[in-house]
Design a protein around this ligand. Structure first.
Ligand SMILES: N[C@@H](CCC(=O)N[C@@H](CS)C(=O)NCC(=O)O)C(=O)O
Length: 209
């Protein structure tokens, strides 16, 4: 059985959980608490030397890291990954966009606010994430002007990858109300068969103080 090492409140891990659920693929979830440095223990680093979650264990001791690589691996041969050459490459385009232009700003802002509780030493880093984060949302809004989903007019893993942190962008201080098309798309993603929500983020002790 597939094993996923992850954290239920992490968007990168949620991508994998959502896809596996929608593919009706059973899996075992192994919780890794990143605030307790559980992804940095010698045992975990043997599995993923990069010290990050999510991590997929495909068979004993065969591992795959990087959330979007995992999505690509799991969706191969399913309707969630087009086989047409150009559509397939366009899915990859959005997966790379998510990792380079979206996640480093929108996900990490949420991490600073909700996991760390906006400590003052992170104020500058948080402020610097605003402009590039909004730029990514602007690109998404523009792309969705004439289409219901990111690639080929149907739901794919590109939507899963982008949904993971966009739907909780407000938790990192991003104002989503002006993004009408993004909001419509979020609703369409939520309405897909077998959609499961991300678990609500339990604010850390530090964030509460
Ligand atoms: N590019 C990676 C990013 C993974 C990542 O940043 N994971 C975070 C949680 S969302 C993590 O493991 N942080 C713990 C650490 O770096 O120690 C992916 O998409 O899987």
């Amino acid at each position: 059985m597939l094993k996923v090492y992850g954290d239920h409140n992490s968007g990168n891990c949620y991508k994998v959980k959502l896809l596996l659920t929608q593919l009706a693929q059973s899996f075992q979830w192994v919780n890794v608490d990143i605030l307790k440095q559980e992804s940095r223990t010698p045992e975990y680093l043997e599995k993923n030397p990069n010290g990050k979650i999510p991590l997929l264990e495909i068979e004993p001791k065969v591992y795959l890291a990087e959330s979007n690589a995992i999505l690509h691996y799991l969706s191969e041969g399913t309707p969630l990954l087009p086989s047409d050459r150009l559509l397939h490459a366009q899915v990859l385009q959005w997966l790379f966009f998510e990792q380079y232009s979206h996640e480093p700003y929108i996900a990490t802002a949420r991490y600073i606010v909700r996991y760390l509780g906006s400590p003052p030493e992170y104020a500058k880093a948080l402020a610097e994430k605003r402009a590039p984060g909004y730029a990514a949302l602007d690109v998404m809004e523009g792309h969705l002007t004439s289409r219901p989903f990111f690639v080929g007019a149907r739901y794919t893993i590109a939507d899963i990858a982008l949904y993971a942190y966009t739907h909780v962008a407000h938790e990192g201080g991003f104002e989503l109300s002006r993004y009408k098309r993004v909001n419509g798309w979020l609703e369409r993603v939520r309405n897909q068969p077998d959609h499961v929500p991300m678990e609500p983020l339990l604010v850390s002790e530090r964030a509460k103080s």
